[in-house]
Design a binder for this molecule. Structure first.
Ligand code: KDG
Ligand code: MG
Length: 412
């Protein structure tokens, strides 16, 4: 079974997505997600110029060998662009292999280890009342675990918080705050860590008072704190029993987590911007984290992320795969098959795509009572409707960035 055709498809229904579609000489097709939020066309070029020409004629069954070939032959290893491109090839090949076997992909990964995947959604609000409404909406949609992001007094707009400064959902009601904003320049937001550190524990106290102690709550620090500030926050959130505190410090410095760990028992999650097992080597070995945040899409695909998670399992570290709307339904399905099969699944992030995206990517995964399941179609269970995809050409889009009150650019 040889790879006969490789197409890179860019579509922008609710936001930009990059999809690799492989077709074999016996007519099977496989899809891989190659979306890198705000840098989509870099992956398109990497795939189109440097990877697609190498794929034609390869044996579609040789997934590990193709992975090693693409990774090692390039000389230039790792990095988000390279690893998203390799991930797309890898996932498309797994899709094809599972279709050839007539099985849902999770069966090839060892079969189901559970009946469904606990997923968390994103509640946010500028005020506590808005936040409570958002938590209730999520509970009505079935979510049994909820990420809490809140406005900070004195700051105009903060990433991850519904605000009219950012994006309104395409149906005019649904609010989708994660997309890179469409436009030719990144939007600027303001930031003040001391105000944030003072405010966040009061929000969690209010949420616990309103919703009780059972509901699993998560929080994302978006890499904005220094190690000692992160330690302070982890400590001040301990009474509110978080499921995790995510990305408390900038991702480049794994050593920072040692200091955070020394001061707090709040569980730590990191890794949505990591892209290889080497990014995790020290923090897994030293047990500095509790959850691996990488997405299949950004970490070299199923083949590579499975290795990260197997390594993590030796230390009772679990998965918490990245699942914002910039992971396409193809990437989400890949995460679900992997999450269903591994033993050390923790939780899956699930932001829910908009209607246009759902028409472009026809899905068979299910959402029921707070649990995701990849479905039992052969392969990934997601197909690309190319007529629909063709209606939405690429639109330039950037994530926002932030500056302190004196104008200094601050950490993401
Ligand atoms: O592309 C970046 C977003 O997906 C990211 O900022 C979202 O932090 C995020 C999360 O936890 O989903
Ligand atoms: Mg995050």
């Amino acid at each position: 079974m040889k790879i006969d055709k490789a197409e890179v498809i860019v579509t922008s229904p609710d936001r930009n997505f990059v999809t690799l579609k492989l077709t074999t000489d016996d007519g099977l097709t496989g899809l891989g997600d190659a979306t890198l939020n705000g840098r989509e066309l870099a992956v398109v070029a990497y795939l189109t110029e440097h990877v697609v020409p190498l794929l034609i004629g390869l044996d579609a069954h040789r997934i590990e060998d193709t992975w090693q070939f693409l990774y090692r032959s390039a000389y230039w290893r790792r990095g988000p662009v390279t690893m998203a491109a390799i991930a797309a090839v890898d996932v498309a090949l797994w899709d094809i292999k599972a279709k050839a076997a007539g099985m849902p992909l999770y069966q090839l990964l060892g079969g189901a280890s559970r009946t469904g995947l606990l997923a968390y959604g994103h509640a946010s609000g500028k005020s506590n009342n808005e936040l409570f409404d958002s938590v209730r909406e999520h509970q009505e949609k079935g979510f049994q675990a909820i990420r809490i992001q809140a406005g900070v007094p004195g700051l105009k707009s903060i990433y991850g918080i519904a605000s009219n400064a950012t994006f309104k959902g395409n149906d005019g009601v649904r609010y989708d705050h994660e997309p890179a904003q469409r436009g030719a320049y990144p939007a600027e937001e303001d930031w003040d860590t001391r105000s944030y550190l003072r405010h966040v524990p009061t929000v969690f106290e209010a949420v616990r008072n309103e919703f009780g102690s059972e509901l699993p709550l998560l929080h994302d620090g978006h890499h904005r704190m220094t190690p000692i500030q992160a330690a302070q926050l982890g400590k001040s959130l301990e009474p509110f029993d978080l499921f995790w505190l995510e990305d408390c410090t900038p991702a480049e410095n794994p050593e920072a987590l040692r200091l955070v760990r020394q001061h707090t028992t709040t569980p730590l999650a990191i890794g949505e911007v990591f892209n290889s097992i080497w990014d995790y080597q020290q923090i897994i070995r030293e047990q500095l984290i509790d959850y691996v945040r990488s997405a299949v899409t950004h970490t070299g695909g199923i083949t590579h992320l499975k290795k990260v998670l197997e390594y993590a399992s030796q230390y009772q570290i679990k998965s918490g795969m990245h699942g914002p709307t910039d992971i396409s339904p193809v990437g989400m399905a890949a995460a679900m098959h992997l999450g269903l099969a591994i033993h050390n699944f923790g939780i899956q992030e699930y932001m829910q795509h908009g209607e246009k995206t759902n028409r472009v990517f026809e899905q068979s995964y299910t959402w029921d009572n707070g649990m995701l399941h990849p479905g039992d179609q052969p392969g990934l269970g997601v197909e690309l409707n190319q007529d629909e995809a063709g209606k939405y050409p690429y639109e330039k889009a950037y994530l926002p960035y932030n500056r302190l009150s004196d104008g200094t650019v601050h950490d993401w």
